[in-house]
Design a binder for this molecule. Structure first.
Ligand code: SF4
Length: 331
């Protein structure tokens, strides 16, 4: 891609974001272009991939113009990186996060909305292997679908008690062709203010865990069972999860990840329909449609119960092993 094409694409993307109601764009035009260019750099291999090359591991065409698009494909391949090797891979390293030891995550506001979100989506029997209900979409169609779905989320007023107090809806962020979806509970105060999932203290711990695992935040997709913050961070009601189900099910169906990590009991209830404890369900794979599901403790719980961090670290190692990725600290 030539530099002028890159600039035009950046301008087009800004228009697209603006139309999509993304409100996290910088105020100055120059800064906006820089953000758009950065997004394109990171996601060029996604934007330009073909359905056949949906796996970023085999998508090398965009990185051929190394002057304009530095090793984009390499950014998306979950191989060990220098950053990964510099992080001590011990539960203690996860347990004692210091913000400065973690690279600033490139969080992206992904616009959204799915044409399929209006049709009912059947749920696989919790715990049994299944398949996705629809065929995999090319990446641009996923983006369009998410744009439409996000518009529906923003307009949604199904949960009366929540709607009158929410500041922002929190749709989700990350790669639309992610191998792994991180599924959390509900937005907290920081998420409600910023419109992004996992940006508060729990989010910072999640970032630490991802870094320690060698996964980069932009490579995964992060969402919650609810798109809006329950008052006073209370646990989401069953009815609220059901109200929001069409949204997160449409997101999962669109991304069709290989793996879903359920962080905490609320995520388990939403994805697997189980009320069993995390302690009982962790340590083995479950299934949701075509994805393997791993259950582990919510980062908020880990902040309150540091001893559980080593269990989550075991869960992450199990995930990495099944994904065929190197396990940090293991030679
Ligand atoms: S939590 Fe979900 S279902 Fe409830 S109002 Fe928000 S978007 Fe709508």
């Amino acid at each position: 891609m030539q530099r002028n094409q890159w600039k035009a694409a950046s301008a087009q993307l800004l228009k697209h974001w603006s139309r999509s109601g993304i409100s996290q764009l910088p105020t100055s035009t120059a800064e906006s272009h820089s953000v758009a260019a950065s997004w394109l750099e990171t996601h060029a291999s996604l934007v330009f991939e073909t359905p056949e090359s949906a796996n970023p591991r085999v998508n090398a065409d965009v990185s051929s113009d190394s002057q304009v698009a530095p090793p984009i494909a390499a950014n998306l391949v979950a191989e060990p990186s220098p950053q990964r090797q510099s992080v001590p891979f011990t539960p203690q390293a996860v347990a004692e996060p210091t913000l400065k030891s973690v690279a600033e995550p490139k969080t992206l506001a992904i616009p959204s909305s799915s044409p399929r979100s209006t049709s009912p989506i059947s749920t696989t029997q919790p715990g049994s292997a299944g398949t996705w209900n629809s065929k995999s979409l090319p990446i641009l169609e996923r983006q369009v679908a998410f744009d439409a779905l996000n518009a529906q989320v923003i307009a949604c007023r199904k949960c009366e008690e929540i709607v009158c107090r929410r500041q922002r809806t929190v749709f989700g962020v990350g790669a639309l062709n992610a191998r792994v979806v991180m599924f959390g509970e509900a937005p907290g105060a920081d998420e409600d203010r910023l419109g992004e999932p996992f940006v508060g203290a729990a989010g910072q711990l999640l970032d630490k865990i991802l870094v320690a695992s060698g996964l980069k935040r932009p490579e995964v997709y992060i969402l919650n069972s609810l798109k809006c913050r329950p008052p006073n961070n209370r646990t989401p009601a069953e009815s609220e999860i059901e109200n929001c189900r069409p949204f997160f099910e449409a997101q999962l169906e669109t991304i069709q990840p290989e793996y879903i990590v359920c962080w905490g009991a609320v995520a388990v209830r939403a994805v697997l329909g189980s009320t069993d404890s995390v302690g009982r369900l962790r340590g083995k794979f479950h299934f949701y449609r075509g994805a393997k599901v791993l259950v582990t403790y919510h980062p908020s719980y880990l902040l309150r119960t540091p001893d559980a961090k080593k269990l989550t670290w075991e869960d992450m190692k199990m995930l990495l092993k099944d994904m065929g990725l190197p396990i940090p600290g293991k030679s």
